[in-house]
Structures are given as structure tokens and as C-alpha cells.
Ligand binder design. Sequence first.
Ligand code: MN
Length: 204
Amino acid sequence: MGGADRLRDYHGKRHFDRTAEPRGDGREAREGRDALPRFVVQIHDARRMHFDFRLQVGDVLKSWSVPKGPSDDPRDKRLAVPTEDHPLEYEEFEGVIPPGEYGGGTVIVWDHGTYEPLSHDRRGRPVDFAESLERGHATFRLHGRKLRGEYALTRFRGGDDGEEAWLLVRAAKGGSGGRGAPDPRRARSARTGRTLTQVAREGG
Ligand code: MN
């Protein structure tokens, strides 16, 4: 996927005259040998409260809806349901999606930063990260303000037909530090320090 088609699903679900979410027709993926890809975790107070976990892969944010959010405990396997690719600009989105629109509700940026792709094959050789996601198992190390350490995303259901389901799990040997998802109603934005309630009151 590339070019204008890469965000077709994202554009198809939204009315940009009504939502302040980014169209995402501007930003190019950052180049450079040392530039690690980005990740963002948003808290989304929609019909059902959930966390949105997004990893930059090329020029899009690959996205999963994680009802309970990431855990820092390797024993907690967290359900992660894939959603449509989002534009890179979405990393900064915080605000209120109007009622009646797709994803209507309040969004805060709970955490963001960079990640190191760690995916490898069974012999321990590095493999292309996008390819590892297509195959259904990717490992990476998060460098966020809150989330730190090694995680894995693994598809356990679906693929060719039916809805996919994945698990987001902290690696047992991924270093220590960082913390898992908080009570979403008490959580504060990594960008602005605000809670969902404050953003809902103040808008974007
Ligand atoms: Mn969402």
C-alpha cells in the first residue's frame, strides 16, 4: 500500500468538515539512520472506553484498539483488535470527536515516544518489521514517557476472513521500568497534562 490509497479506510469513515482529526495528507515519514519510528497510545472515551495503540510503520500509524490498555505485567495478555491505519499526524491528536461522528468522544495522548523494532525469525535473525506484522508476530522496545520496555503483538485469530484479534503482551525479559495503563478517567495527557474531563470541557 502506498500513495493516496494508504489512508482510504481512515478517510472513508470520517467527515473532515465536522471532526478536527487530521486529514493526514501532509507529513512524510521521517528519514535518517538514527530516527527511530514513533508510537502513541491514546485514551479514547468513545461508546466504550478504550486505549488506541499505534506504531509508525513507514508513512502510517498501524493501529489497534486495546480495551484495557497495555500492561507492565508479562502475565497480563491484553486483547488488541486492529483498526484502520491512521496518518502520522494523529500522534498529536487530542480533543473531542463530535457525537454522531465515527469514534465520537474525547481523546487524550496518554503516552508517546519512539520504539525499536526487534522482530526476528526463529534463528534469531532480524526481519523486516512490517513483514513481521503481516505474518502476525512482532516484537519491539518502547521508549515512552510512561511505557518502557519490550512488548510483543501476536495475532491469535483471523487473518484472511473474519475479524482479527491480537494480544499485546509485555516481554518477561524486556528490562524493567515503565508502567502499565492507569484508570483511564484519572490518566493525564503526556502532551498537556490534562485529563479526559478537562479536554472534554476545553475542547482540543
Ligand atoms: Mn479509538
